[in-house]
Unconditional design. Structure first.
Length: 253
């Protein structure tokens, strides 16, 4: 994974929308960070920060699709988030549940396909049914694929994949990277070309550990609620300037 220097954000100049000849990532994955700090800077509650962050998702999805991105994955709730204060956990679950009910019809009308990755156990039965219904409703849509990593952790995903392999009686001699990939949370979704983290941090935070092996990493100091169209274009412009190596040395032809 290529880690962006802070200067990658500050020295790119004005954000330039990628043109038709500019490399555009097919799959962008986002660690949405900075909601709490955004709220504190405005003398607001953390709950208000999380609400502003959820509201920003729709704008980001729309702009990414306009720029030619085909898949977008957001880290909505991690397996580690259960360790937050109970009132904050309860608020987050209710907020995300209400957002799903509010947005699913609009996303469907916009031809967006919704997928979920993560563990469904531990969620209220009604919430699980609503997630399944959203996936079914949008299953045949052909626009942007929106993957929601909810109750998700990269290590847990790999453990769950190995458990399913063992349950299916897969021989160790038949196991390879391609087969294991097929047992992960969203088989058929390409690995992310770019992982964006808002809020100025550089941690991967247990997100897409297997899939992001060769993703380009981009960190921006902008907190998630401020990650707007200009910030998206700035990130995509930085991506277009990268030379992806995939562990290989590139030689001049």
């Amino acid at each position: 994974m290529t880690v962006a220097d802070p200067a990658d954000h500050n020295d790119t100049g004005p954000a330039v929308p990628p043109g038709p000849q500019t490399a555009v990532p097919r799959h962008v994955a986002i660690i949405m960070d900075g909601n709490g700090r955004w709220a504190e800077a405005r003398q607001q509650t953390r709950a208000e920060g999380h609400s502003a962050g959820v509201d920003n998702i729709r704008l980001v999805l729309k702009h990414l699709e306009q720029r030619g991105v085909e898949f977008a994955t957001v880290f909505a709730f991690s397996t580690e988030n259960w360790g937050r204060p109970p009132d904050e956990v309860s608020f987050l679950l209710n907020l995300l549940r209400e957002a799903l009910k509010k947005e699913v019809e609009d996303l469907h009308q916009s031809n967006v396909r919704i997928l979920h990755m993560g563990r469904l156990d531990g969620l209220p039965p009604g919430f699980r049914e609503e997630i399944a219904a959203a996936i079914e409703l949008t299953a045949r849509n052909t626009g942007l694929t929106f993957v929601v990593a909810f109750n998700y952790g990269g290590r847990a995903e790999i453990v769950d994949a190995v458990r399913r392999l063992l349950s299916d009686g897969i021989s160790i001699d038949d196991l390879d990277e391609e087969m294991l990939s097929g047992y992960l949370g969203c088989p058929g979704v390409p690995d992310p070309d770019m992982v964006i983290r808002t809020g100025g941090e550089f941690r991967i935070s247990n997100f897409l550990l297997w899939q992001s092996a060769y993703s380009e990493f981009y960190s921006t100091p902008a907190p998630w609620p401020d990650f707007d169209a200009e910030e998206i274009d700035r990130a995509l412009t930085a991506y277009a300037g990268r030379q992806r190596r995939f562990g290989k040395i590139q030689t001049a032809s």
